[in-house]
Design a protein around this ligand. Structure first.
Ligand code: UDP
Length: 239
């Protein structure tokens, strides 16, 4: 394996990452850009799992705000993540990267059910495993899924690729000119300061299981590889 800092990673891609400028729907050329970057990291011999979000299509909370029953709305969100996972799988395979999709809710005709040991076996064989369907339970998020799967497969880190933001700031840098960027934080800092990085459940799970998190800008080409190789970009959350 090439000289890398992280040998087994969970890459968290929000639904937005697959949508491009429009911010909604599935945008294959946009997915191709991400897939090419993932391929470069895969070529280094890094074991990669990917947790995909679904916010480009549906968020359960928004459905609930419009009067839907929350759990029902959340299941729609989980199904959205499956669509994204299939689109990402299609794109990665078309450039020669072997993948498997595993869903937390069984859909045997289109993907494997999530089986921890099988996921690890795929990684050992050099396949990328895409985790779809979130945790399989309403009221959770795909950030929490990333923390859960990272704990389950003993990943070295969660790589959180953000759209256009190069790390964690004290406030939203798009709206507040006085916002300052943090280079290092702890998971507890995120919870205590109420920083908008991941939800509290995801932060506390990462803290309890000692999973580091690196938040970085995915719009800058090559950044996933930089982080994996140990370059200090973005914000590192540890402890
Ligand atoms: N979701 C859920 N349980 C999970 C993961 C996701 O109910 O374990 C639902 C929830 O409604 C959420 C939607 O799926 O709003 C899409 O996931 P998320 O918002 O995490 O996607 P992202 O913001 O990363 O695109």
């Amino acid at each position: 394996m090439a000289n890398v800092k992280y040998k087994r990673v969970v890459l968290k891609l929000s639904g937005e990452a697959l949508a491009g400028d429009l911010g909604t729907g599935i945008n294959p050329p946009e997915i191709r850009k991400v897939a090419e970057e993932i391929k470069e990291v895969h070529n280094l011999g890094v074991q990669i799992t990917i947790v995909v979000g679904g916010g480009n299509m549906w968020r359960g909370e928004a459905g609930a705000q419009m009067g839907m029953e929350r759990s029902q709305a959340d299941y729609i969100g989980m199904l959205a993540t499956v669509m994204n996972a299939l689109a990402l799988q299609d794109n990665l395979e078309s450039i020669g990267v072997p993948t498997r999709v595993q869903t937390s809710i069984e859909m045997r005709q289109i993907a494997e059910p999530y089986i921890r040991r099988k996921a690890i076996r795929h990684l050992e064989k050099g396949r990328i495993v895409i985790f779809a369907g979130g945790t399989g339970s309403p009221y959770f998020s795909t950030d929490t899924t990333a923390a859960l799967r990272a704990s389950e497969v003993n990943a070295d880190v969660i790589l959180m690729a953000k759209n256009g933001v190069d790390g964690i700031y004290s406030a939203d840098p798009m709206k507040d000119a006085s916002a300052v960027k943090y280079d290092k934080l702890t998971h507890l800092d995120i919870i205590n300061k109420g920083l908008q990085v991941m939800d509290t459940t995801a932060s506390s799970l990462s803290m309890d299981n000692d999973i580091p998190l690196v938040v970085f800008n995915m719009n800058e080409r090559g950044n996933i590889k930089r982080v994996v190789k140990g370059e200090t970009i973005g914000t590192t959350v540890k402890g």
